[in-house]
Design a protein around this ligand. Structure first.
Ligand code: HEC
Ligand code: HEC
Ligand code: HEC
Ligand code: HEC
Ligand code: HEC
Ligand code: HEC
Ligand code: HEC
Ligand code: HEC
Ligand code: HEC
Ligand code: HEC
Length: 297
């Protein structure tokens, strides 16, 4: 039942998408491909294993519901009449031999909804990462993976290998345990703001999960409202609580003179012990207490 609803919801846009596809195949087809369409059943005669696996993929499931009028293989691989006659791989679109842009075009002909609105000009697009660098369209469909062939975080670490250390640092987000993944914060398809962060600002992204730091507060701490990353690394840190540097140094970078010393005197003193400045100023993100002006309560 759930499945029918999913596909039903697609029907309107899909009709338009398929109209668009006619134009698409003209622009991408090699001259030899102009023999026209033969339909998936013909492809399955020779590619029986691929066709069998395809039935359980996201696109195969959509096809079972009447999507693509039986032309599903050719929806991506282009018209295959000439190829089906000869069995010659030169006469069909083989994605591994495409330029990145034309691979993307084959997918974007149908996937032109809001989730890909920022793709053009995004860092991944300009770095010539293609749709199929991350998605394996022929693999079986799973509830949570969007054709990503394994754990989503692992698929990012294939290319962003330097980020692997963040899974093991002293404080971090729970990516290693699978409670979150890179796409909890990033849209791999690009976004309205820098760093492919999937929100209208970095703070708004953090506030989706850490609403308690948002306020409104009677007494705001200016840098918190400005940018969480002034004090926190979003990925991980060797300090506690993902701080960029340890307190008191973090606080001293802005607060040096005042009613009390902010530099450590002797070792072990309250200024540097344990949570350092936060020993006495624990409401560091802001306070709603009438006398919380210095974030003590
Ligand atoms: C008469 C049998 C036959 C039919 C029908 C057929 N193919 Fe093929 N196809 C082949 C053969 C043979 C190859 C070459 C295999 C190789 O080189 O490893 C091939 C290669 C391919 C390749 C390239 C694979 C690669 O690894 O390079 C794709 C993609 C493909 N076919 C898709 C299709 C599609 C889509 C259809 C239906 C429109 C189709 N084929 C119909 C026999 C067929
Ligand atoms: C949604 C687009 C799409 C559809 C629909 C599709 N393919 Fe593919 N096909 C691809 C892409 C992209 C690749 C490149 C490898 C990959 O990403 O999995 C591929 C790879 C292949 C290969 C090469 C083998 C390989 O694993 O690299 C064959 C053969 C093939 N497809 C045949 C078919 C047949 C037959 C059908 C229909 C039953 C079909 N494809 C439907 C996009 C598609
Ligand atoms: C850098 C890796 C990467 C690239 C490149 C990429 N995607 Fe994705 N895509 C993902 C991930 C990860 C998700 C899962 C997002 C989620 O679950 O929130 C996803 C989700 C999707 C979805 C499911 C809808 C959604 O937003 O959940 C579609 C459709 C899609 N991608 C199509 C494309 C197309 C088309 C391209 C090429 C223009 C592309 N993707 C390029 C990683 C990528
Ligand atoms: C002819 C139209 C068409 C083309 C071309 C096409 N798709 Fe799709 N795609 C669909 C439909 C329909 C669905 C199913 C939507 C649904 O179930 O909500 C889908 C679903 C997806 C999903 C989501 C799977 C999930 O688990 O939710 C991804 C990712 C995706 N396609 C990637 C691609 C990529 C990459 C390409 C290019 C190689 C491509 N598509 C080409 C129509 C198309
Ligand atoms: C095929 C390789 C590849 C894969 C897979 C990949 N990336 Fe990237 N990514 C790149 C390249 C290349 C760049 C640009 C150079 C750089 O910053 O390293 C980049 C840049 C980025 C950036 C910086 C964006 C900016 O605008 O500054 C983010 C964030 C990012 N990737 C997140 C992800 C996430 C999340 C995933 C997994 C869903 C992922 N990447 C998967 C290759 C990849
Ligand atoms: C808790 C949210 C969050 C998670 C989870 C997350 N990131 Fe980020 N990431 C950010 C923010 C915020 C930025 C900084 C954007 C900016 O510069 O404004 C960033 C920046 C980046 C950059 C740009 C280079 C840099 O280091 O500044 C890359 C690449 C990147 N992230 C990849 C990843 C990968 C890969 C994963 C998964 C292992 C991941 N991120 C998980 C929030 C997150
Ligand atoms: C998708 C939800 C989500 C988003 C978005 C998110 N976080 Fe988190 N954050 C968590 C979870 C879950 C934990 C772990 C809580 C726990 O272990 O009790 C956490 C923990 C933390 C911690 C404490 C780490 C520690 O060692 O105890 C800090 C600091 C933090 N996040 C900052 C940020 C910042 C800054 C951003 C924005 C760049 C952000 N978070 C975005 C879910 C999120
Ligand atoms: C002025 C520096 C500063 C800024 C800016 C800042 N924080 Fe913090 N944050 C801290 C300090 C210091 C701690 C450690 C408090 C402690 O030791 O109990 C902390 C702790 C946290 C924790 C862990 C809370 C817990 O009880 O474990 C989270 C979550 C967090 N911050 C989220 C955020 C978010 C989200 C933002 C942006 C809205 C932000 N922080 C901005 C300094 C800052
Ligand atoms: C990026 C600079 C910056 C950092 C880092 C920073 N603060 Fe602040 N802090 C400010 C600003 C700006 C104000 C508002 C000052 C004002 O209104 O005169 C402020 C206000 C305060 C106040 C309220 C007293 C006052 O003068 O209004 C306290 C207490 C305070 N910060 C403690 C801390 C502690 C403890 C840390 C370290 C966890 C810290 N701050 C880190 C910039 C910073
Ligand atoms: C032993 C508790 C304690 C510790 C630890 C502590 N403070 Fe304070 N802080 C206070 C008290 C009490 C006041 C109010 C003093 C007053 O108004 O005369 C204060 C006031 C402040 C003020 C606002 C008044 C001003 O203009 O000076 C700032 C800023 C401040 N502290 C920063 C820090 C920083 C940075 C650290 C860490 C190096 C720190 N505090 C550690 C107790 C503490």
């Amino acid at each position: 039942m759930k499945y029918e609803v999913r596909v039903g919801a697609q029907a309107g846009p899909l009709f338009l998408l398929l109209v668009g596809l006619g134009a698409l195949t003209v622009s991408l087809a090699t001259p030899a491909q102009e023999g026209g369409y033969v339909g998936s059943e013909t492809c399955a005669e020779c590619h029986d294993e691929v066709a069998e696996a395809f039935a359980t993929s996201a696109h195969g499931r959509a096809d079972l519901q009447g999507w693509g009028s039986g032309e599903s293989c050719e929806g991506c691989h282009g018209p295959g009449a000439a190829h089906a006659e000869e069995g010659d791989a030169e006469l069909i679109r083989v994605f591994s031999q495409q330029y990145p842009a034309s691979t993307d075009d084959a997918c974007l002909g149908c996937h032109n909804g809001p989730e890909l609105a920022y793709w053009d000009g995004s860092t991944h697009q300009t770095a010539e990462t293609t749709c199929i660098s991350c998605h394996s369209v022929h693999q079986p469909w799973t509830e949570d993976r969007a054709l990503i062939n394994r754990n989503k975080t692992e698929s990012c670490l294939d290319c962003h290998a330097d980020m692997r250390k963040t899974l093991h640092q002293r404080s971090n987000h729970p990516l290693k345990d699978g409670q979150m993944s890179c796409d909890s914060c990033h849209s791999p398809h690009g976004s309205a703001i820098g760093g492919a962060v999937d929100a209208i600002s970095v703070n708004d992204k953090c506030w989706e999960c850490h609403a308690e730091t948002r306020g409104p507060f009677l007494w705001e701490h200016a840098p918190v409202q400005e940018n969480c990353l002034t004090c926190h690394d979003p990925h991980a840190s060797n300090q506690t609580k993902m701080l960029t540097v340890s307190a008191p140094r973090l606080c001293q970078s802005c607060h040096q003179f005042g009613h009390h010393q902010t530099v450590a005197g002797e070792p072990g003193q309250v200024w540097i012990m344990n949570r350092s400045c936060v020993n006495c100023h624990p409401r560091i993100h802001g306070s709603n207490h009438p006398s919380g002006v210095i974030f003590m309560r």
